[in-house]
Design a protein around this ligand. Structure first.
Ligand code: ACO
Length: 728
């Protein structure tokens, strides 16, 4: 039963997320029948546990255990061969040793299976990529999709199917977890069950030989039961697909990510600043923010967020009100709000009007609203209710410090009643701080899904996550991917690359880079190459003083480091001295360098020096970079990244992300710089890097920015590329 037709491609490298939305993914989560290949009656084996979990979870389709020995597993008769199965089998969970998997995949294809869930380890994770590729190839022949290999399985609330070898006990709910880590994923099953956090789906992606996060996002974004998606990612393959899927998904669902590997070790050694500044984790961080994904620092933080996000309504405005019985904890909450970008309601008159009747005279109706240490449950009830019904108070942060006066016994009812009123109307978080009685209370009410935290920072961070996701949804979608296709003269760029590639070079000379700069709408300073001292003086006079001089050699990439640059030369004598000094320093620094001459360049007038770059990132494909430029760029690392292409709005947000942004806004009486011109360069550069994959790195450093309306000037453009195929 081959099904080549109807599916163009199965590979994660080229499938679009739409493939996941064509209904085939639905069968992975709502299969009519599931075969467990390698089902065993031995309770110590994975093949037993999967069948037992499916039975225990109450899977609503047919379970078909397969084992050549026959017999029965957990009361279900075992078939000796898949060919004996009656009725549709949409999913086959494979738990037999690696060398046996390939044959089984073929028999699954013959039996009309649609999805393979391959638990078995021993493939690409241990270097056995060949067998893994073969499996995907055979699966593709039959129109099957592959989850795994090297996974713990899949859970779907939609069909009550726990096809994992986890500890069981998963409760249905609104959080979908997609995890690359098997062990952590299994542990999450126990954790979610312990915390009564309900799941809509749990998917282990393992080696991602075919189905990956992008496919699953395509499905989960449309899944009604799923309100929040939690991704645990170790490494990103085909990141441009992931970016597209995330951009679409976060418009409808909250997405939280935990990513391991924050260290700089993954940073690529590259010949450009853009490369060396692109610590893999920095790019990941910025691209996730661009996509509206919430990145959690720890598993616990991620759990706090998803629990809250899965039940909280979206706010209707940005201002929160803090209600407390203690000044100290109120101040802590205020600090936390600043840290997590939660705005505080600030209409003092309305605050007074709303709360003065529900507190003693010595309380404070300012925000934080301090009900004082003698506040009773009834005072809280009134204050929380007043905040709920008052327009403009968009979210509530309710804080309680244990006091001797307060009857904690009644507090549980207060929390439940208040939460029931807020639940669909306004977001509310609670933070309770105290001894054993308070801890018990927290555990008790959390079980019912009420967002109660022990630590005030945790409570505010969860609310901050909601605001961050809400803010992203309110921003218009980035039109970058759609705009400007025809705007760039790519033919000129390709022509230059081809000609340069024919000489065997992987970088462009200044005159060639000038053509690309022109396509980007940038003019470079006038420049000529001098091959003799007399030439240098003549050309400097032609260009006009002051001038800059730079070494020209393909063997010297970091020119300043080799003493190959001299600036602000104002007359013939200075040019003569600089010419000799440059040659001497460069010969000493790189003795074997072939020196083609010295470039004499028009001196660009001073402004704010920035750096603009773009590259093909190993994980995310085309990315653009913007930062503070000049010689301190690598020390300050004040840069921001975005997946390309981007539109002007995104470019402006990116510019605003750097710490030095106030310099561009104008400090100490200086006027605002031409931010719009930087944004325009970034947009064009993002289109170029996205449409021209031959270019591996572009760096414009510095890009000098002048006052608003005066534009920008590129001082130096460096371009690396891979030689187009077929060009000798
Ligand atoms: N069709 C059906 N059943 C078969 C076939 C076949 N073609 N061939 C063998 N079987 C049966 C076996 O007879 C056996 O049944 P039995 O217990 O009745 O004898 C059963 O399938 C399993 O085969 P075994 O050879 O006993 O293999 P075992 O169960 O020990 O291991 C497994 C198989 C679990 C797939 C193993 O090879 C493996 O890959 N383990 C790692 C799994 C893993 O950790 N995955 C990642 C999870 S994520 C994480 O990191 C936690």
């Amino acid at each position: 039963m081959r099904r080549d037709e109807g599916r163009e491609c199965m590979s994660s490298e080229c499938c679009s997320t739409n493939d996941a939305g064509d209904g085939t993914m639905d069968l992975l989560f709502r299969p009519r029948g599931v075969a467990v290949i390698g089902a065993s009656s031995n309770p110590g084996k994975i093949g037993y546990r999967i069948v037992a979990n499916m039975v225990a979870s109450g899977y609503d389709g047919r379970i078909v255990p397969i084992n050549p020995k026959g017999g029965e597993v957990d009361g279900i008769p075992v078939l000796k061969s898949l060919a004996d199965a009656e009725g549709p089998i949409d999913v086959a969970v494979i738990s037999i040793p690696a060398p046996l998997v390939a044959d089984t995949v073929r028999s699954c294809g013959e039996a009309g299976v649609r999805h393979l869930v391959i638990v078995t380890s021993g493939f690409s994770e241990v270097g056995n990529t060949e067998d893994e590729r073969d499996i995907v190839r055979v699966a593709r022949e039959y129109g099957m999709r592959v989850l795994g290999p090297n996974i713990f399985g899949v859970y779907s609330a939609k069909s009550a199917m726990d096809a994992t070898f986890g500890p069981g006990g998963i409760e249905p709910g609104h959080v979908a977890i997609v995890t690359q880590s098997g062990a952590l994923g299994i542990a999450m099953i126990g954790k979610t069950a312990g915390e009564s956090l309900g799941l809509s789906a749990l998917v282990s992606v393992g080696n991602k030989s075919d189905i990956d996060e992008a496919d699953l996002l395509g499905y989960l974004a449309d899944d009604e039961a799923t309100r929040v998606i939690l991704l645990y990612i170790e490494g990103v393959k085909a990141g441009d697909r992931l970016v597209r899927a995330l951009r679409e998904t976060t418009r409808r669902k909250h997405v939280v990510v935990i990513k391991s590997g924050r260290s700089q070790r993954g940073a690529m050694a590259a010949a450009s600043h853009t490369g060396s500044l692109a610590g893999a984790d920095d790019v990941f961080d910025d691209v996730m923010r661009q996509c509206g994904v919430l990145r959690a620092e720890s598993v616990q933080e991620a759990f706090n967020w998803v629990r809250f996000l899965s039940s909280a309504p979206l706010p209707s405005g940005r201002d929160a009100v803090i209600i407390t019985n203690g000044g100290g904890i109120g101040v802590l909450a205020t600090d936390a709000c600043e840290k997590h970008d939660v705005a505080l309601f600030d209409d003092q008159l309305l605050l007074k009007e709303t709360f003065s009747g529900v507190m003693p005279d010595f309380g404070s109706s300012k925000n934080p609203v301090d009900l004082t240490g003698q506040a009773s449950a009834d005072d809280y009830r009134k204050a929380l209710d007043a905040a709920r019904v008052t327009e403009g108070m968009d979210a509530t942060i309710a804080l309680y410090c244990e006091t001797g006066l307060f009857n904690t016994a009644g507090f549980s009812a207060l929390l439940r009643e208040t939460y029931a009123q807020y639940e669909t109307e306004k977001p509310i978080v609670f933070s309770l701080f105290g001894g054993e009685r308070v801890e018990r209370l927290i555990r008790d009410v959390r079980r019912d899904g009420i967002p109660v935290f022990g630590d005030v920072y945790e409570a505010v961070s969860a609310l901050g996550a909601l605001y961050s996701s809400w803010n992203h949804r309110r921003q218009p979608a980035d039109e970058g991917a759609r705009g400007g296709e025809a705007a760039l003269d790519l033919a000129s760029v390709r022509d230059v690359l081809q000609k340069a590639g024919a000489t065997g070079r992987g970088f462009l000379l200044p005159q060639e880079a000038a053509v690309v700069a022109d396509v980007l709408g940038l003019s470079l300073p006038t420049s000529r190459i001098a091959r003799t001292l007399d030439d240098a003086v003549r050309l400097a006079n032609e260009i006009g003083y002051p001038v800059v001089m730079k070494i020209v050699s393909k063997d010297i990439i970091h020119k300043s480091d080799a003493g190959g640059v001299a600036v602000d030369l104002e007359n013939d004598n200075e040019v003569v001295d600089a010419y000799q000094a440059i040659l001497q320093s460069c010969r000493a620094a790189v003795p074997d360098a072939v020196i083609d001459g010295v470039e004499i360049v028009e001196m660009v007038s001073a402004g704010v020096e920035t750096i603009v770059g773009a590259r093909q990132d190993g994980s995310f494909g085309p990315v653009v970079m913007f930062g503070l430029g000049g010689i301190y760029v690598e020390v300050m690392k004040d840069v921001a990244f975005r997946a390309a292409p981007i539109d002007e709005k995104t470019a402006n947000r990116m510019i605003g992300d750097i710490r030095a942004y106030p310099l561009l806004l104008g400090v100490r009486g200086e006027s605002r710089k031409d931010i719009d011109s930087i944004a325009a360069v970034l947009v064009r550069l993002s289109q170029l890097i996205a449409q021209c994959p031959e270019i591996t790195d572009i760096e414009i450093n510095p890009l000098v920015v002048y006052d608003r309306g005066q534009g920008v000037k590129a001082v130096d453009v460096r371009i690396l590329f891979s030689v187009p195929k077929g060009v000798k």
